[in-house]
Ligand binder design. Structure first.
Ligand code: PLP
Length: 439
């Protein structure tokens, strides 16, 4: 008997009792390779001694101080570090407790920017279908996963959705990647013109789509054209790197690989690696100056923003990643994972696509490879793969989205940055067995 309202009311969950390195342990002593880091959270794995030591030290010093009275050392140090590594133009950081709060704050920053600069008519948000930006009402409105949105739609701000850049589903036969990228980006310009350029405040997108589509990167050139379109129309570009950011794709920020810099960027998950709940918005100097020269404040705030324990944990996580050169391992092991997935699944009758970047990889499961027909959603294949994987001591994330009205089945892999080749072999072997058992 539990008094927690769990996500799945009727499921009986094992009790997580410990974690060491790439493994989680349940109370009955079973070990699971954490090949998804929950949902791309545990980038350093579990029980990292340097992070737990930093947490103990911070707890001994200061656990909490409200931000209307004080700033604090770990928050200031973490902000310095994030700005030093940020894309061009980013000058400040706004700390919150997770990804949805970060997206929510970024939307309010975009709105306040236009109010401060005398353009209050800019209020429309454009985002993409088959995206996920969080579960609070503003973030849910931006997201394009109809399954999550449907019953709450009357409560959501009006957001306008265009198709994602999703080559497996939307690139036409004979169309080059470049031509497809430009065509996909054109949808944004068309939507801005339809709504009226003076009414649009922001375009929100994940550089690599995570929870709804299983690690789908855009084709080369797409985001550069998106940036041009935003600049021409005076629309702010919000890149949501809550899942794909902070090293997950092999560079600190995924958008580096698309050669674009956003006006606002949201980060969370890998920022604190799960050692504490933390998220942030990175904002450009232009937006900061509009606030600084205007009202002098951002009209928002949460009790736990800049939390000293959360910032100390995130600082320790980011310092370990840098000190141990773990992004080199993300690149090397990412290539290894892609190769091993290709060997195991490229001829599999029900794996339609294998894609991703770095240690952020996805498989798309389909009923029919030639027609790309998804499985009947009533089969709940995603959930079965997850269950079969757990039975084999493996954690994978069952990503899902809506493809032409059907829920797609994707398996998302986001193992810790410390993983090695032997563990990748074990992940791929167990996953293959789990998928075959689930089908
Ligand atoms: N944005 C993206 C891209 C995400 O993947 C998620 C979570 O999966 C969120 C926002 C919401 O983050 P959180 O669950 O921390 O609120």
């Amino acid at each position: 008997m539990t008094h927690i309202l769990h996500r799945q009311i009727h499921a009986t969950l094992p009790v997580a009792a410990g974690g060491k390195g790439i493994e989680l342990l349940d109370r009955d002593g079973r070990a699971y390779i954490d090949a998804s880091g929950g949902a791309a959270v545990s980038c350093l794995g579990h029980g990292h001694p340097d992070v737990t030591a930093a947490l103990h030290a911070q707890a001994d010093k200061l656990a909490y101080a409200h931000t209307s009275f004080f700033t604090n050392e770990p928050a200031e140090a973490l902000a310095d570090k994030l700005v030093a590594g940020a894309p061009q133009g980013i000058s400040h950081v706004y700390f919150v407790s997770g990804g949805s709060e970060a997206v929510e704050a970024s939307l309010k920053m975009a709105r306040q920017f236009f109010v401060e600069t005398g353009r209050p008519e800019r209020r429309n948000v454009i985002a993409r279908r088959q995206s996920y930006h969080g579960n609070t009402l503003g973030a849910l409105a931006a997201g394009g996963n109809e399954w999550r949105r449907a019953q709450f739609r009357p409560l959501l701000i009006d957001t306008h959705h265009i198709d994602p850049c999703y080559a497996y589903r939307y690139q036409k036969a004979g169309e080059s990647e470049e031509a497809y990228g430009l065509r996909a980006a054109q949808a944004l310009e068309d939507k801005i013109l339809e709504l009226g350029p003076d009414t649009v405040m922001a375009f929100v997108a994940e550089p690599v789509v995570g929870a709804t589509a299983g690690a789908v990167p855009a084709v080369p050139g797409y985001f550069r054209r998106i940036r041009e379109i935003c600049d021409r129309a005076g629309v702010l570009l919000i890149l949501d790197e809550v899942m794909c950011g902070m090293g997950r794709t092999g560079t600190l920020h995924a958008c580096e690989q698309d050669s674009v810099a956003p006006d606002l960027m949201t980060i969370a998950k890998g920022l604190g690696g799960g050692y504490q709940p933390i998220g942030a918005v990175l904002l450009s100097r232009r937006i900061f100056e509009a606030f600084a020269e205007g009202s002098g404040f951002f009209q928002h705030g949460h009790t736990y923003m800049c939390h000293p324990m959360a910032c100390a944990a995130a600082l320790a996580v980011q310092e370990v990643i840098e000190r141990d050169r773990l992004l080199d391992n993300v690149k090397a092991m990412g290539a290894d994972l892609a190769r091993r997935l290709g060997e195991r699944f490229s001829n599999h009758a029900h794996v339609g696509d294998i894609r991703g970047r770095g240690l952020f990889m996805g498989l798309e499961l389909v009923e029919d490879r030639s027609s790309k027909e998804p499985f009947d959603p009533n089969r709940k294949l995603n959930a079965r793969v997850k269950r079969e994987a757990m039975a084999r001591g493996l954690l994978v994330y069952p990503a899902g989205g809506t493809i032409d009205g059907l829920r797609g089945d994707h398996v998302l892999l986001a193992p810790p940055f410390i993983i090695d080749a032997a563990a990748i072999d074990a992940v791929v072997e167990r996953l293959g067995d789990a998928i075959d058992a689930a089908l």
